[in-house]
Design a protein around this ligand. Structure first.
Ligand code: F6P
Length: 359
């Protein structure tokens, strides 16, 4: 009799820790005597005739510290089920039918989908169409519902913290205002955690619209106490009260977030007369080696996904709750985002250590 066979794919924007998940899946599956097929470049690998490679213990050697994903990913293509915050689109029936056929021909009993909310929306559609799916939550933005944490987030925050540590020294030397733009289109988790860990003085997040006068006042208050430099962290999706988010129109025809850092720096300079500089951290937050936490979380998530297949809990997503790795219906994670509660404990703690949110 042939061995049971499962599939794994990574989808959406990459992040540190994806390879830890893949390694966890492959090693846990091998222990059960199962074969693993890694579908290449996200869901696109499911298209006929199937673009995949067999993954065994040997393929996992040395991948734990590696950023990115050894099986590739994309946030474009035929399986996009999310076109914006809260806006869903249906994956074409023919595309799903083709993928189902490929999985059937390859005798894949269960498919592990590692991705963010868009990928989970696709996973749900595949599951509804009779494909056995298990979701694994991933995103540096940490904005996925139904899990207290996604892997990739901790590594992104570590990169922000490191950048802030560096900006502090140059800011103090020159008595400048340094603005750091970080990722986070709808949720300010990266800005909030990175800002608190990196000793920022002002943190601007999408959930708390800001006022330029309040930011200038916070900088002036520091100056009155003799602190002539200041560090501002701004999430790419932050916006002024009564203002708009800053988007760039790209050649590919889509509008992308980004640019608020420069705008904020300009407004601060105009209002305070202080020398101001802007750094955009961009995809540095998505690359590089995962932190300890993301390696462990990724491993736990990968192993749990295999267990869920063994238990035939299809339609479930691995979820982190109260320090335990559990599972929830994939449906719980789609159609809404987990945002920073503006009156939550961490925002309050930040305020208590004199961090301004510009509100
Ligand atoms: O979802 C993660 C994220 O890093 C966002 O914060 C960011 O806006 C986006 O991905 C960028 O994605 P890409 O450049 O890969 O299209």
């Amino acid at each position: 009799m042939s061995k049971p066979r499962i599939g794994v794919l990574t989808s959406g924007g990459d992040c540190p820790g994806l390879n830890a998940v893949i390694r966890g899946v492959v090693l846990a599956a091998e222990k059960l005597g199962w074969e693993v097929l890694g579908f290449l470049d996200g869901f696109e690998g499911l298209l006929p005739p199937g673009n995949y490679k067999s993954l065994g213990r040997r393929d996992t050697a040395g991948i734990m510290p590696r950023g990115g994903t050894i099986i590739g990913t994309t946030n474009r293509g035929h399986f996009v089920a999310k076109v914006g915050a809260g806006e869903r689109t249906e994956v074409a029936e023919k595309v799903i039918a083709d993928a189902r056929e490929v999985l059937k021909t390859l005798r894949v009993d269960g498919l592990i989908i590692v991705g963010g909310d868009g990928s989970m929306a696709t996973a749900q559609q595949l599951q509804d169409a009779g494909i056995n799916c298990i979701g694994v939550p991933k995103t540096i933005d940490n904005d996925l519902e139904a899990t207290a944490m996604t892997f990739g987030f901790d590594s992104a925050v570590a990169t922000v913290m490191d950048a802030l540590d560096r900006l502090h020294t140059t800011a103090t030397s020159h008595k400048r205002i340094m603005v750091l733009e970080v990722m986070g289109r709808h949720a300010g988790w990266i800005a909030l955690h990175g800002g608190v860990a990196g000793g920022a003085h002002i943190i601007l997040i999408p959930e708390i619209p800001f006022d330029y006068e309040k930011i200038a006042a916070a900088i002036q208050a520091r100056a009155d106490r003799g602190n002539l430099s200041a560090i501002v962290v701004v999430a790419e999706g932050a916006k002024p009260r009564d203002g708009q988010v800053v988007m760039r129109h790209c050649d590919e025809g889509e509008d992308r977030y980004g640019g608020i850092g420069l705008v904020v720096a300009g407004e601060i300079a105009a209002r305070t007369g202080k020398e101001t500089r802007c750094t955009v951290l961009g995809h540095l937050q998505r690359g590089g080696t995962p932190t300890t936490l993301d390696r462990i979380l990724g491993t736990r998530f990968g192993v749990k996904a295999v267990k869920l297949i063994r238990e035939k809990k299809f339609g479930s997503m691995v979820s982190y709750q109260n320090y335990q790795v559990r599972h929830v219906p994939i449906a719980d994670a789609v159609n809404r985002l987990r945002l920073v509660p503006p009156d939550g404990e961490l925002v309050q703690t930040a305020r208590d250590v004199d961090i301004s949110f510009g509100d």
